[in-house]
Design a protein around this ligand. Structure first.
Ligand code: SF4
Length: 618
């Protein structure tokens, strides 16, 4: 089978056994890889209603047919589970080289089940998986863990590891990978805490198996044609990386500040891409085989953090640990980012949970009794740094913060819930839900809730005279199509930046040419769109089986009730009536019922008959 090995590895941490199962081309054509494989494996393998932080949960690392081919951005690794934060299907990706090494093991998916009674890690090569002791790694940070495992297994291996936060069951703990000094995090959704509860410290992969490409010439022709457009369209990313968004969002009045009380920040220039480049940049860094090199390494030259060399904070981190907590002190943000990476914490959920807690404190909803006497205030870098560490260790106020903003709000009551900035239990990243209607519709309907990686937040780049800005139905259609694109992209397992800028923002002929050249298939655009639709619908069926429906496709109170108070987007919000209309149209496009539950006919047409009986939770 071109593009695929046809093998899936199952490892049970409880009895330390592993077994290999095979799949055929029919399965590959239906679910594609990565995201598609993972949602099918998790749908089949998990009983509805299980506690995500229990031995019954499963973690799936999966790759796709184009991984480790010459196509750019195909080194993106993919991991999925039932999230301890949202209670639904959840996936996250990370850059580096891990995906390529996993692909070379010949296992398209690695499925980790059960729980060990003692700390372990798994080592996987072409022959299968071994469960090995991680007793002496337990308690170490992500970098120490990765370095120690590379010392044991050699530099031809790749490691994905959790830090102390994952061990402590922090609900937004992530998984870290390091390659050539570049830290990649599968940050979102708490997958690191699922590994932690399983006592699984790390996954190590190593292999030599090459991916067979059916039509190398066709692939080379496509890549030659896409090379220049990719280079041109990613120039900003190559020069500055994602921090380029700070200035853009500030200009558009969409830079979330002080827990979204404002969407402009007067000190934004202090954390701008230009400031980072001029004062801190020392070198570019790229994932394996990627010409874009959006990663940047920074060095703090003076002050308290002098000598600190770490990856440049991504835009999301500048938002969450910067403007949301009202800190525009770059050395501090670089240091806080490093702390989160080493402890294994998602910077987005950490920063947004902190900004929520600070606003609750300022309004008297959270008291000194809850904080253990600590005064919370915006614009206090030392406080943020301290609370990151307390959260990772579940110490003092960190016990509450480690549960995420939604569980904290549940404890504090209805006034606190009005200050939340998240959907389905997941804190929203720095792509404004109030300034851009596409983000509002996306967050409300996404499988993961407050993630900008289910739909795409590229609305900001659409010219102001485009009818998309005014027409709600066009906006809903855009969300559906970019959700399908993301599902396919995460199944091919390709990096968003490289895919969108190289192949296109919607599924199109270039995606087809790529897939057909690698696999030797001859599928059409309609088939590819249907694969995306199938994956999104199966994710939805998974969530409905957990009890989710229209009642969960909501937006934060501030987004539906409080217009942006100042700046270029002043007055913008997304009222409830508009959300209701958007949901009706969205469900009709997806052919789900009025409650947002996929109907039997839709499931049948997508080949998901097995999900008909289990559409609702018991
Ligand atoms: S664009 Fe950036 S994140 Fe994507 S593969 Fe290239 S270096 Fe990695």
């Amino acid at each position: 089978m071109n593009g695929y090995s046809g093998r899936i590895l199952y490892i049970d941490l409880g009895n330390k056994n592993s077994n290999i199962q095979t799949f055929d081309e029919g399965f590959a054509r239906k679910y594609l890889g990565g995201n598609g494989f993972a949602v099918k494996i998790l749908y089949d393998g998990l009983k509805p209603g299980i506690d995500p932080l229990s031995s019954e949960n499963i973690v799936v690392f999966a790759v796709g047919p184009v991984t480790d081919t010459p196509a750019p951005g195909t080194s993106r690794a993919y991991v999925a589970t039932k999230s301890p934060l949202t209670g639904g299907f959840f996936d996250s990706t990370f850059g580096g080289r891990f995906a390529i090494s996993q692909k070379r093991t010949g296992f398209e998916a690695i499925v980790i089940q059960g729980r060990s009674s003692v700390p372990v890690y798994v080592y996987i090569n072409e022959e299968g998986g071994r469960v090995l002791s991680a007793e002496r790694l337990w308690g170490k940070n992500t970098q120490e863990t990765i370095e120690e495992l590379l010392n044991i297994h050699g530099n031809s291996t790749d490691v994905a590891a959790i830090g102390p936060a994952g061990e402590a069951g922090v609900r937004f703990a992530g998984i870290s990978h390091q390659w050539k000094g570049r830290h990649g995090m599968a940050g979102r959704g708490g997958i690191g805490s699922v590994m932690g509860i399983k006592k699984l410290k790390a996954v190590v992969v190593e292999g030599k198996q090459k991916t067979a490409v059916a039509d190398p010439e066709g692939l080379e022709n496509l890549l030659r044609e896409c090379r220049e457009p990719l280079k041109k369209k990613t120039q900003g990313m190559t020069n500055f990386g994602t921090p380029i968004l700070v200035g853009l969002y500030q200009a558009q009045g969409a830079l979330g500040t002080r827990n979204l009380q404002q969407e402009v920040n007067s000190c934004w220039e202090a954390i701008s891409a230009e400031r980072l480049k001029d004062n801190y940049f020392i070198e570019h860094s790229a994932c394996a085989q990627c010409p874009v090199a959006c990663g940047k390494i920074s060095l703090v030259k003076e002050g308290e953090f002098a000598g600190l060399r770490w990856k440049m904070p991504e835009y999301e981190t500048l938002f969450a640990l910067g403007t949301m907590t009202d800190n525009c002190d770059l050395p501090f943000i670089i240091a806080a980012n490093r702390e989160c990476d080493l402890l294994g914490i998602d910077t987005v959920s950490m920063g947004v949970t902190l900004s929520f807690a600070i606003e609750c404190y300022e309004r008297g909803i959270l008291t000194n009794k809850d904080t253990g006497g600590i005064s919370l205030r915006f614009g206090d870098p030392g406080l943020v740094f301290d609370l990151i560490q307390k959260t990772a260790k579940r110490e003092g106020l960190g016990v509450l913060l480690a549960e995420g903003s939604f569980r904290l709000a549940e404890r504090l009551g209805p006034e606190a819930k009005k200050l939340l900035y998240g959907v389905k239990g997941l804190e929203i990243p720095g792509h404004s839900a109030r300034a851009y209607p596409i983000n509002a519709i996306g967050y409300a309907t996404n499988t993961r809730g407050g993630s900008h990686h289910d739909h795409r937040p590229t609305f900001r780049a659409i010219p102001p005279d485009d009818p998309l800005h005014q027409d709600l139905n066009l906006q809903v259609e855009f969300v559906v199509r970019t959700q399908n694109l993301s599902a396919v992209g995460d199944s091919l397992t390709q990096c968003r930046f490289a895919t969108e800028q190289g192949l296109g923002i919607k599924l199109g002929v270039n995606h087809l040419r790529l897939l057909n050249a690698v696999t030797g298939w001859n599928i059409g655009l309609e088939d590819l769109e249907k694969i995306g639709e199938r994956i999104v619908t199966l994710e939805r069926a998974f969530n409905c089986r957990e009890g989710m429906s229209r009642k969960d496709d909501v937006l934060p109170y501030r987004v539906t009730h409080e217009p942006i108070p100042e700046g270029a987007a002043k007055g913008k919000y997304f009222p409830l009536e508009k959300l209701g209309m958007a949901l009706d149209y969205y469900y009709s496009l997806r052919r789900w019922d009025k409650e947002g539950i996929p109907i039997p006919d839709t499931l049948r047409k997508l080949g998901l008959e097995f999900a008909i009986e289990q559409r609702h939770s018991e």
